[in-house]
Design a protein around this ligand. Sequence first.
Ligand SMILES: Nc1nc2c(ncn2[C@@H]2O[C@H](COP(=O)(O)OP(=O)(O)O)[C@@H](O)[C@H]2O)c(=O)[nH]1
Ligand SMILES: [Mg+2]
Length: 211
Amino acid sequence: MAAIGGGGIGKSYIFERFLTGRVTGNGQYDPTIIDTVTTYRELATGIKSQVHGVTLHLTDVSGQTEYEQLRARDCYPLQHLVMICFSVDSYRSLEFAKHQCFEEFNFYNRNNIPYVLVGCQSDKRGHHDNEEEVSVDEARWTALEIGAVAYFECSAVTGEGVDDLFQKCSEIALNWDWEDVKRGHKKLEGEPKWFKGTKKEGSCATKCLIM
Ligand SMILES: Nc1nc2c(ncn2[C@@H]2O[C@H](COP(=O)(O)OP(=O)(O)O)[C@@H](O)[C@H]2O)c(=O)[nH]1
Ligand SMILES: [Mg+2]
């Protein structure tokens, strides 16, 4: 699976937290071009309620527009799931995720692989009087708008939601109907399966997985 999104929103930190259980936090921002790591985990994957050994190939890739060809060639075609990420303290990062990252990924997503929307840096929620903050409802609506399978939130700094994010994403990828995809059937048509509400009633995404 891969994480995409704007720069400085916390993608690499999430991977670091998941892989090492901590973040280095040396105060230096270290932009990534592309990094792939492989890790083996025992995960409860939702298949027959058993714990399964899962090999995860995690790709952390730059969101900069000049690396589009790199993503199109070395990232998107190799994935079983893509996390479209933004930071919950920045509307601008959500707009970038929606209009830039999703549009590009959607264009190259020939294999119809599943994707989720991820709100990073959730520890920043409610800390200041921040007009840029994205509410959970707004994020869920965006997930719905772009046809994401789910919306998740996590914080690499506190660690909250990070293990669950990878657990649930593995579950989604492992339970995806890849045979159907091979047969050329479009997977996400109309409303995602988990969506039961309507915008008017304000009961957005009642079945959306959220942490
Ligand atoms: N408060 C907070 N800050 C974070 C978190 N994750 C990352 N950061 C900060 O955001 C910066 C950029 O994170 P990074 O993961 O490198 O961003 P990327 O460009 O999306 O990979 C880091 O240097 C941290 O200072 C988080 O969960 N909470
Ligand atoms: Mg990075």
